[in-house]
Design a binder for this molecule. Structure first.
Ligand code: 2BA
Length: 109
């Protein structure tokens, strides 16, 4: 174990990302976290691995946490029910923010 990958991802992507990582033999810890800017919940994955496998983790996360545009009901529509014709807000969701740290020691006691 030489690296710790810390990946901050969208909550909606966390189940599929984790199962894709597990399917390839990676061990994953999922933390429920909150973004400091939007103060919305996100998920932080901790993945301990070998040096040479970090690229594979990046490939899996790129595939399972791809960015996409999503339509959210506009706040102008609140309280107007189905009669509302205000446009929806288009926002970007998904993606992953990665930190790759060196591991000094790894033990299971
Ligand atoms: P992203 O850059 O994709 O970041 C998504 C989440 O990843 C962040 O959630 C935060 O939890 C984590 N993150 C990203 N960069 C980080 C870093 N250098 N250190 C530690 N954690 C990091 P939020 O903080 O809620 O940010 C959500 C989105 O708002 C960001 O998306 C970015 O587009 C924007 N944003 C964040 N901070 C900003 C700032 N100071 N000024 C302008 N826009 C900001």
């Amino acid at each position: 174990m030489t690296k710790l990958v810390l990946a901050i991802i969208n909550n909606d992507d966390s189940a599929i990302a984790t199962s894709a990582l597990n399917a390839e033999g990676f061990f994953v810890t999922r933390l429920s976290t909150t973004g400091g800017f939007l103060t919305v919940g996100n998920t932080t994955l901790l993945i301990g691995t070998e040096d040479g496998k970090v690229e594979r983790i990046k490939e899996i996360l790129s595939r399972t946490c791809a960015t996409r545009r999503q339509l959210n009901p506009s706040s102008q529509n609140y309280g107007k029910g189905l009669k509302s014709f205000s446009p929806a807000d288009e926002v970007t969701v998904g993606g992953a923010t990665l930190f790759v740290l060196g591991v000094e020691q790894f033990e299971k006691l």
